[in-house]
Write a protein that binds this ligand. Sequence first.
Ligand code: JHZ
Length: 392
Amino acid sequence: MKKEFLDLGRQPIANKFLKEDEISDEFFFDLKVVFDEETKLVSLKDFVKPELMFNDEYAYSTSLSTPMVNHFKETAEMLKMKFKPKKVLEIGSNDGPFICNFPTEDSICVEPCDNFARVTADMGYITSTEFWTTDLSEKIVSQHGYIDLIYSANCVCHIQDLDDAFKAVKNLLTPGGIFVFEDPSLLRMLERGSYDQIYDEHAHIFSVIALDNLLRRNGLKIFSVDNLSVHGGSNRIYANHIESSLVGDSVRQSINEEMVFGLDQFETYQIFADRVKKSKEVLHRKLSNLKHNGKRIVSIGATSKSTTVFNYCGIDSSLIDCITDTTPDKQGLLAPGSHIPVVDRESVNLNDYDYAFLGAWNFKSVIANKESEFVKNGGKFITHVPEVMDFS
Ligand code: JHZ
């Protein structure tokens, strides 16, 4: 049975930045979150049609983020060294920062956002633009054979039908093959109060407990877990066929840590929901008071996460003048739902502002280093993670 614990209100497509004339047709849905008593999986109550989110206008380009490019290079090198894969497939390859570390002739990309699929196809990789399903995995087996490393980052949690997705992996893996995927950690989200990990694309936020249940019922099992710091705390899961005997200590440790926190109990989520409601009130009050006292506020990073925060907390351009973002495809457009203008960082003098809200709080230290001049001149950052606060 699925039990609802959190209502984040009416929300738009988190990565659909708008032109002025698109405002009147903007799509909104109810962002509610449920806990499944049987599998312990946390998911959105109502999913958004994948085509509305993942299409040829998808704005999030991984290659524009230097820390993430480095992360994927290191990950690829580590996997090559440890597992020596001959054939690799990536689910949700975006613009290729992971797959570019593997030879074109032995690697396959799956990427339904056409704008990014074209990038990896131009790099020479076979790229399917279909969503990841058992049908697609059967086609790949018949055309290209079995795969010994299936990798995916920040994409499995986007897949609504996980049973089908995991069956598709099972179909395609060689008997000794491995499935490695990383997504935001539910435990870190609950610890940090980072409810903004929840938005349309994140159909689920994973605990290791829930993944173990779901993978096992589809003939796979987890043999190792790495806790990562990226994206505000993620888990990298290593899975293989259920028949293989290996299960490392990291799996038991992660599950144990989650059990101690209570991730298998509905009450834990009710406590989290109360914290989220309080965070909303405090953030709105803080920004309103600052504005009332004549302070100017900018936001840094037009993230999917900030779409959730701004729409849930009722923050718009009456409180925040603009959002700076390094992604050219977001600049000159309006942020989803809040309609706060997104501008190039270079077009803004941060010294004109008193406060900068961290939409990309996961890059807090990178941004604080880059913007040390702003702090020297008396500027302060605001974040809502783990609590609403300002700092310099
Ligand atoms: P970032 C995306 O979420 C979407 P988002 C997706 N659904 C997902 O799962 C996660 O990633 C993993 C900008 N920026 O990485 C660049 C600056 O402007 O937190 C990006 O637009 N200045 C696939 O959108 C954004 O902030 C800077 O100095 O929440 C960061 O987005 C830096 C460092 C970034 O992901």
